[in-house]
Design a protein. Sequence first.
Length: 360
Amino acid sequence: MKEKKPAKKKNNNNNNNNISKEYKSLKDKYDSLLNKLFICCLILTAVGIFYLSKGVGEFRKTLLSLKQDYEFSKFEDFKICTILISLISIFKYCAQKFLVIFCSKIMKKKFREPKNEDERKFSEQIKKKLSMHCYKCFMYLFLSVFGYYILKDITFFPKSLLGHGRLQNMFINGYPQSFFFYKPPLFDFYYMFCLSYFTSDLIWLLFINERQTDFVDMLLHHSCTISLIIFSHLTHYSNVGSIILILHMESDIFVHLTRIFLRTDVMEIIKDISGLILVFNFIYMRIYVLGEIIYVLYTYVTWKGTVDWFLLILLVMIYILHINWTIVLIQKMFGMFSGIKLTDNSVIKNDINNNKIKDN
């Protein structure tokens, strides 16, 4: 007689379902705890910004008195951001409108041919998301190339980012000489352009884009990033800030490139390879290189005052976010090797919860 294989298969399915429920329960608790942590960090960020705004004037006054012939950053430098934010926002709006047409042709076939009203609405959402990721992929590529062109020859651009210098060179001269560093042509413009880009992105996050499950994460990330750019420019920590900006730009290229592949019918092997590149790039750039920068700041900045400490704390908050996102990416990578398709859950989670459509 033949064995009752269907019964065995049913038992395996029940076990898998139980494991899945336990995993989901643990993940929900983990997400809830993270949201509370991020909200606390957001409050701490607001407090930090308040104290920085009070201390930055005295900090700048001290530096100005020490080397009056040096061309210091000025509050007037931010005037150009008004123009840049407007131009970037207009370009973003026009680019995404144009890219929607292109994305409707490259998106997955099942999204191109919706069978009912719910699938049609979801298909429209996918097109918008695809166009947004194409736009961001282009912008991060542009900002990475532009940034590398400006920074490649400075003495503190590290070999870990294909430079020729060392991070320690930023502070090797001690206080206050370390703040009077050489700025290549277009250095300040690049810094203001990055500030304008993230400010524009924050405006869209708050007022235009639909709320996603990672809204609190992104709000904390953008708040810390914008605060760090502004205060690092005013306190002449933009040497550190420029390195941090470019390592983020480079890794974000792969974030959005992978998300583009996930919504198209490219071969699964390409999706898997892009996912692996993303994970390893994230670990290298945002854990190793950023961790090295934090270590250098903590070790070599021996004159730390209120401003220095709060800038360091804001940077550590961003680092915590990156650790969380790295854990999520690694989980997806293990899921990929265990036979589960790599999916972009952050985008489709709301629709799945509403029983609309699953991205199988």
